[in-house]
Design a protein around this ligand. Structure first.
Ligand SMILES: NC(=O)c1ccc[n+]([C@@H]2O[C@H](COP(=O)([O-])OP(=O)(O)OC[C@H]3O[C@@H](n4cnc5c(N)ncnc54)[C@H](O)[C@@H]3O)[C@@H](O)[C@H]2O)c1
Length: 260
């Protein structure tokens, strides 16, 4: 897909971290970008920096997502590309010793459900609404109409202790990719996911320096956290390279996460 000023892009979670970097990369390639986020101050800031539009969207709310797409399509046109980075989740061990109660406590089904909603269900919501809009676009070369990039995690394959919700929900995100790419193949809409390793975003940079140093040392090469712009570069390439389809790609410096 040629990315230029006729290409409209929606980036969720675009106010920060990996989404922000993807928005910057697509905008630098000439695309018009809409930022979907709950953080209005930072979202407006990024939208201004990329010459795009900010839409206050909560990915967990169906009406908010529908309204966000309506606003972005009115402002910059029907998106040909969706980069979905935002997520909400919870953490905890399946069974953890509760000192106060003196017994094992089960991670609740309600916690599990909330994490799956914010990670897997939200990915389906954002992707399926985008696909419905992309289906109305005139086809490009080879009949291509659009491209959806979801964000999983290396935890989808190497889930750690305490990540039962996040890891299984991200595995579900990867699980969406091939059947959705097949569902949408007649319409020329591609679907891929990126599994980031450990990236230097506000999500990670809150950790203590010794933790960050040990995380960096655990990456085979390069021995550092990923740079958000490296994620942005892959997101751009997945949009640009029309032969990427139905694929889940690790971007991780060869890290394999240990159990804890
Ligand atoms: N940073 C990493 O090391 C890493 C590793 C693996 C996977 N990931 C994945 O990458 C994605 C982005 O992570 P990040 O590190 O850039 O995080 P981040 O915290 O820097 O950015 C996340 C953005 O999502 C927004 N957001 C949160 N809840 C939202 C909601 N309900 N609706 C709309 N927007 C919402 C936040 O306001 C924020 O701007 C996530 O899906 C995360 O699971 C990150």
């Amino acid at each position: 897909m040629i990315i230029d000023s006729s290409t409209s892009v929606v980036v969720t979670g675009g106010a920060s971290g990996l989404g922000r970097a993807a928005a910057m990369a697509l905008a630098a390639a000439g695309a018009k970008v809409a930022i979907f986020d709950v953080n209005e101050a930072k979202g407006e800031e990024v939208a201004k920096a990329v010459g795009g539009v900010f839409c206050r969207v909560d990915i967990n709310d169906e009406d908010s997502v529908v309204a966000g797409y309506a606003k972005s399509r009115a402002a910059i046109g029907q998106e040909r590309v969706l980069i979905h980075c935002a997520m909400t989740s919870r953490r905890g061990k399946t069974l953890a010793f509760d000192k106060a109660a003196g017994k094992l406590k089960r991670l609740s089904t309600a916690d599990y459900e909330a994490g799956v909603q914010g990670t897997l269900v939200a990915s389906y919501r954002l992707a399926s609404h985008a696909a419905e809009g992309m289906a109305t676009l005139p086809p490009l070369e080879d009949g291509e109409r659009g491209c959806i990039v979801l964000t999983a995690s290396v935890a989808a394959q190497d889930g750690q202790i305490g990540q039962v919700i996040y890891a299984s929900a991200k595995a579900g995100v990867n699980g969406l990719v091939l059947p959705m790419a097949r569902d949408l193949s007649d319409l020329g809409i591609r679907v891929n996911s990126i599994m980031p390793g450990i990236f230097a975003t506000p999500l990670m940079l809150g950790a203590a320096q010794n933790v960050l140093d040990s995380l960096s040392a655990s990456v085979p090469f390069p021995k550092r956290l990923g740079k958000p712009e490296e994620f942005g570069s892959l997101a751009l390439e997945l949009a640009r390279n029309s032969y990427f389809n139905g694929q889940c790609i690790r971007l991780d410096g060869a890290i394999r996460m240990a159990p804890r």
